[in-house]
Design a protein around this ligand. Sequence first.
Ligand SMILES: [Zn+2]
Length: 146
Amino acid sequence: MVQILYNEKNQFLNPLKQNNSHIYHLAKALNNKYHINSVVVFVQNNANNIDVSNVINLCDLKKYLSTYDDGTYYSYDEIDYIYDEIKNLDVKIKNRIHVNNIQKQQQLIRDGICPRCGAKLVERNGKNGKFIGCSNYPNCKFTKSI
Ligand SMILES: [Zn+2]
C-alpha cells in the first residue's frame, strides 16, 4: 500500500479525503462550535516523501502536539463537553449499527432464511403451537414465534 501511495498521487489523497470527511462529521457532532485541526499520522514513519503540511510521521506526533498552538484554549468545562459529545456519538453509532443488524435479521426472516446459519426457515408444531424454526435443527436452534 505504501508503494501505491508514493506512485499514485490520487491514491495518496484518499486518506486525506477520508480524514476530511471524519473532521467534517466530528465538527458537525460538536455543532460546528469548534475548530478541529486535521492531522494524518503515518504509524510506520514513512511519510518523509510526502510534502503535505498536515501529514506527519508517528515519531513526530509528540513534538507536533507539544508545539501546536493556534491560540485556542478551552476551559475544563468545554473539554468535558467535547469529551461527552464524542462519547455520545460513539453510543449513537453503536445504536445505529445495532438497529441496522436487527433490520437485516428481520429481512432475512421475512425471506424465509435463518439469520443465524443461512438455512431455510420452516414452520413447526410445538407443544405451545406453531412457530418458525430452522431447517438445520438440531445443529441450529434458531426459533421465532409466529
Ligand atoms: Zn439456522
